[in-house]
Design a protein around this ligand. Sequence first.
Ligand code: URA
Length: 188
Amino acid sequence: MVDNLDLLIRDAQACQACALAASRTQVVVGEGCVPSDLMIIGEGPGAREDELGRPFVGRSGGLLDRLIAEELGRTREQIYIANVVKCRPPNNRDPRPEEMEACASLLDRQLKLVAPRVVLLLERTAVGRVLGTKVPLGSLRGRLYDLGGVTVIPTYHPAFALRGGAARLTEMRVDFARVHLLLEEGRP
Ligand code: URA
């Protein structure tokens, strides 16, 4: 089968592979440019995302948009944004292993279609799932990882930076600036 974005969206919207299907308002497949040199992956939709069917449109999304503009000089339309799970976990709890497993083929298909050079992972759930590690994010941050030729950069979730104040935000800016260097100059 030759995959494409329309097929992916259709499959995601019809998905009943885990219990999150029963409580979702909308499937939040992902959005942006396909293909794109950069893909950003978060954890899972929150209340606002579930309502609108779009990733990162709540408060965290506001900060993400700012970092994309200020550190990368881009808009969200120029990159691709998705989540590990496409349906909202009730009460914003962490996605369960079986829910991430049920969603894994959709994320794999997105990675193939978007074909990014760089993947920016927001928060430990995305880091754990994509890099297959349980090592705490604090120990992984600040280094680059290779995923079959794709450069992966782990950073914090915007919500964590919103709660963590200026120091956390500065660390996120450093990570975004690194993404910028990689994309524009191929430099780590
Ligand atoms: N947090 C996430 O991880 N993803 C979203 O889409 C929104 C908030």
